[in-house]
Design a protein around this ligand. Structure first.
Ligand code: FAD
Length: 311
């Protein structure tokens, strides 16, 4: 069986989700190639070539691929699909955009967000907002799979695969117009070792920035938010953690003024250590918390900041 992993990258850096997807791919077969889609992304291909266990790196470049246009990404993958039995894509926002297009064009059922590989045709994936795991067996001759990166360890470095250029693809019906990038010195939410998240209790965007962001910066953490906080405009969309946001599994997750609805837990309950600050002792977040503080965040967070400053 030959497996193609589509790399997660920003034209300059190969993201860790790729290494984790390679781990999943290697559980299916030893014949794993990595496809880098981008523009001016040779450095990314060179980084992918260093992942242990990778046979070959393919580099497809075009303007549309450089901007992550999903139609072009799907076409570039489809051009190579004939050579592979399985195509694995990290379940990031970008991956979740083009992988279903690939599956539709191949007329196969996409298998989404796998968290384990049981056999080459059998996979485990969460359902019901992560409350149950189902095992699915696919009889499709070609499998299109998105992989939840937080469920797999990163493949080690140490490989020396060859890098080969393949033809890029442009989107016939879609044109890249512009993008707005949020520049931040904080770690990326999905890959951060520590995440500090705020909920509806913050009450305003100003309060969210006053309380959550300094604590995150003190801890070198990424900032997350509940959907209620995002919907109310206290935090930007890309901060959302949960079923319809990002799935994170950091070493430490700090939830402040978040009740712990199942849709929020679906995005963070696999965190190693969970700390919750909530003034309601019956809040469901305490059922998953390793350390729970029943307190008003307005007094608890300043105390925590003082203690961290003194440490
Ligand atoms: P609330 O539930 O209102 O909780 C606020 C908490 O703050 C309460 O527990 C309260 O006791 C506490 N609090 C209040 N004041 C203070 C204070 N001064 N000090 C300390 N604690 C205080 N939600 C997500 O988060 N992510 C998702 O991806 C997501 N996807 C969804 C998908 C679907 C299909 C649906 C239906 C819902 C989804 N939701 C999601 C929404 C989810 O059901 C909850 O509504 C949401 O998570 C609640 O956010 P919250 O905990 O911030 O707000």
């Amino acid at each position: 069986m030959a497996v193609l992993v589509v790399a997660d990258n920003d034209n300059a850096l190969l993201r860790d989700a790729t290494h984790k997807t390679v781990t999943a791919a290697l559980k299916i077969s030893g014949d794993v190639d990595v496809l880098v889609l981008g523009k001016g992304a040779k450095a990314v291909a060179d980084q992918a070539a260093k992942i242990a266990g990778v046979r070959k790196v393919l580099l497809a470049e075009s303007d549309a691929l450089g901007h992550g246009v999903a139609e072009a990404q799907a076409d570039a993958v489809l051009a190579l699909a004939g050579n592979y039995d399985a195509i694995l894509v990290p379940a990031t926002s970008g991956g979740k955009n083009f992988a279903p297009r690939v599956a539709a064009k191949l007329d196969v059922a996409p298998i989404s967000e796998i968290v384990d590989v049981v056999a080459a045709d059998t996979f485990t994936r969460p359902i019901y907002a992560g409350n149950a795991l189902e095992t699915v067996q696919s009889s499709d001759s070609k499998k299109v799979i998105t992989v939840r990166p937080t469920a797999f360890a990163a493949a080690a470095e140490g490989g020396s695969a060859s890098v080969e250029s393949v033809s890029g693809a442009d989107a016939a019906k879609t044109r890249f117009v512009s993008e707005e990038m949020v520049k931040s010195d904080r770690p990326e939410l999905a890959a951060a070792k520590i995440v500090v998240s705020g909920g509806r209790a913050m009450g305003s965007a100003e309060e969210f920035q006053r309380v959550i962001e300094p604590l995150a910066d003190k801890l070198g953490a990424a900032v997350g938010a509940s959907r209620a906080a995002v919907d109310a405009g206290y935090a930007p969309n890309d901060y959302q953690v949960g079923q319809t946001g990002k799935v994170v599994a950091p070493q430490l997750y700090v939830a402040i003024g978040i009740s712990g609805a199942i849709q929020h837990l679906a995005g963070m309950k696999d965190s190693k250590v969970i700390v919750a600050i909530n003034k309601d002792a019956d809040a469901p977040i305490f059922q998953v918390a390793d350390f729970g503080l029943v307190a008003d965040y307005k007094s608890a967070v300043p105390e925590l900041m003082d203690a961290l400053a003194a440490a």
